[in-house]
Design a protein around this ligand. Structure first.
Ligand code: 5GP
Ligand code: ZN
Length: 113
């Protein structure tokens, strides 16, 4: 989608540190990491958030979650990891292209909200 930051990253128009890619998913390091590993997993097709996935195939959604697990293994997150997807203003979503944060590499805080 035109003017979408993550669509531009997927297209290679904006540089990113790629961590993982398959036919449905692209993943790259967050520019402002909150943990030693902080990766963003995004579907290659544009969708704004989890509130808007009616037209997204189960294959694509499953690919996103499988990618999160694959990245955790690739990054050696043996102690565990967290996956989060901010959806809408109350969750402080700042980029309107569905993404899953994969966080790990340290003891994360219990605070989720
Ligand atoms: P949100 O706040 O929408 O859940 O997450 C958006 C994330 O995108 C933030 O963690 C932010 O640091 C990251 N981000 C914003 N702009 C860029 C960018 O240009 N490159 C990368 N790699 N990450 C970005
Ligand atoms: Zn997009």
């Amino acid at each position: 989608m035109k003017d979408c930051l993550f669509c531009k990253i997927i297209a290679g128009e904006i540089p990113s540190a790629k961590v993982y890619e398959d036919e449905n998913v692209y993943a790259f390091r967050d520019i402002n990491p909150m943990a030693p590993t902080h990766v963003l997993v995004v579907p290659k097709t544009h969708v704004a958030s989890l509130a808007d996935i009616g037209g997204v195939s189960d294959t694509v959604l499953a690919a996103c979650l499988r990618a999160c697990g694959a990245i955790a293994e690739q990054e050696g997150l043996k102690g565990g990891f967290r996956v989060a997807s901010n959806c809408g203003p109350d969750a402080c979503q700042s980029v309107q292209h569905l993404h899953f944060h994969v966080l790990g590499g340290k003891k994360l805080t219990e605070v989720m909200g």
